[in-house]
Design a binder for this molecule. Sequence first.
Ligand SMILES: [Zn+2]
Ligand SMILES: [Zn+2]
Length: 244
Amino acid sequence: MKLTILGCGDAFGSGGRNNSGYLVEAGDRVFLLDCGPTTLLALKRAGYDPGRLDAVFLSHLHGDHAAGLPFFFTDYLHEHPRARPLHVGGPAGTEERVRGMFRWMFGERAEPRDPPPTEFHEFAPGRDATIAGIHASPFRVPHQTRDVSLGLSVSCGGRTLLFSGDSAWTEEFVARSRGADLFLCECCFYDRDSAVHMNYLTLRKNLPRLECKKILLTHLGEEMLARKADIDLPLAEDGMVVEI
Ligand SMILES: [Zn+2]
Ligand SMILES: [Zn+2]
C-alpha cells in the first residue's frame, strides 16, 4: 500500500498546506480518502491521472474534506470522460450533499448529464463494507453533533490504514489501532482543549495504548506548526509518499 499526502492542512489553509486529501494505491486499486477543494490540483501536481481513481471515501461532509468532488466531476464530464463509475462512500447525506454542491458550483454545466457515472454508498458507523474491492470499516468519531463524522479503517492489498477523519480523542482509536499498519491521525492543535479536534498532548499521553505499527499526524493547524520543535511524532507534508 502506498499513501501520497495530497493535503495535510486544515480548513484555514494553515501554513499554505492543501486541504484534506490522501491518495492510496493498494494492489490494483487507487482511491482517495477525503477530497478537499485542493485535491484535484494536488493529484495532478503529483502526476496522477484522475481517471485512475476507483473510489473516494469521505470521512465527513465539511468543505475542507468533501468540496473537491465537484471539480473531479467537471473534469470527468468535460476533460477526461470516464465510462466506469466512480464509487463515492461517505456518511449519511453524502449523495444529496455532493449532488447539491455540484449543481451549486457548476450550475447549468452540471445539468445535462448530471454527475459522470457515480455510485454512491452510505457508510453506517459499525457496519463494514467492501466497495470496489476496498474493505472499509467506518466508525463514528466526536467531531460533529447533528451530522455524522466518521473514522475509517481501510484494508486493501493485505495492509490496513486507519484514518481518524476529523476527531477529538476517542477510546475507539485504541481498539481500532490494533492491526493497523499506519494510523493517519488528525492533530489540529498542540495543547488547546477541544471537543472536536485532537490535540498533541492528549495523543502523546495515549500513544503507549495504541497498537498501530506507525503513526502520522495530519490536518495540522497553526498551533501545531508553531510547535514543530516540541513534537516527536512524524508530521505529514504535502507531497509526502509513505510505503505501508
Ligand atoms: Zn477538517
Ligand atoms: Zn471537519
